[in-house]
Write a new protein. Structure first.
Length: 269
């Protein structure tokens, strides 16, 4: 069957993204003493995520906001103002409207970015060629220090964050919804990949390749490994997210995923 984009599919994909973040931050929150300062707050039908000690916008944002939630916008704003950080809203095309966007503008928000959501049924996916010398290995618990090193270097983050990233991901190890991979090129660590699977949806949750190993097929090999895992787990839908027009988006498209929609990112500082 060839799925086409309709509002119900868009809602399913958006909910799948919310489920990934909720699962990850719930596990991090449950670490002894909640060292990352995680808080997850349900306001109306919208979910506000906050992680005081995890830098960057990926874990500090609002999911599921739509015009029907306009009456709780001030509560959402108050929540983030109380935390001392900007509020960041993701608006999908199915949740957006001219009235909603006008209201956001009147409330002092502005659009700052786009982000692409891709999807495919397993039957529509393609086998990608794996270049010689590339080896994708499912991670063991003792691999998370290496995971943290590759993650920070692959995403261009400061090295001092490596240990915290290792710990924040290790708490997901053993959770049947999460699988982690390391990529090697001629036995040298080259990249990482993560997949989250729940309710029949497999989400290509994260991937990063070290700069010195880019343009050598490592990212595509990580996509292929995670697609195989999704099929093994009988997922009926595979999805992924990427910056619009990025190499990550291009590689997902080459694997058979297609663009579902592009989210608008709105912030108020």
């Amino acid at each position: 069957m060839n799925l086409v984009m309709k509002s119900d599919l868009a809602e399913r994909l958006d909910q799948a993204e919310t489920d990934v973040l909720h699962s990850r931050l719930t596990a991090i929150k449950n670490r002894d003493g909640n060292p990352m300062g995680v808080e997850i707050k349900r306001i109306g039908q919208t979910t506000a995520f906050f992680a005081r000690n995890i830098p960057g916008p990926s874990f500090n944002l609002v999911k599921g906001f739509k015009e029907a939630e306009a009456e709780v916008l001030d509560q959402i704003v108050d929540f983030y103002q109380g935390k001392g950080i900007p509020i960041r809203l993701e608006i999908t095309p199915s949740n957006g409207s001219s009235d909603l966007l006008k209201m956001l503008h009147q409330k002092g928000f502005y659009q700052c970015d786009f982000h692409t959501t891709l999807f495919a049924e397993p039957s529509d996916l393609k086998d990608l060629p794996i270049h010689a010398g590339i080896d994708i290995r499912r991670m063991k618990r003792e691999d998370f220090d290496l995971f943290g090193e590759v993650y920070t270097k692959g995403f261009g983050m400061p090295g001092f964050l490596s240990q915290g990233i290792a710990e924040n991901n290790e708490v997901l190890y053993g959770n049947e919804n999460w699988v982690f991979y390391l990529a090697f090129v001629n036995n040298e660590p080259a990249g990482i990949g993560v997949i989250f699977m729940e309710e029949g949806v497999a989400n290509l949750a994260a991937a990063a390749v070290l700069p010195s190993f880019r343009n050598r097929g490592v990212h595509s090999a990580l996509i292929q490994a995670r697609i195989c895992q999704a099929i093994t787990n009988n997922a009926g839908l595979v999805t992924g997210q990427a910056r619009f027009g990025s190499a990550s988006q291009n590689n997902m498209e080459k694997a058979g995923l297609k663009i579902g929609y592009t989210k608008a990112i709105w912030i108020r500082e």
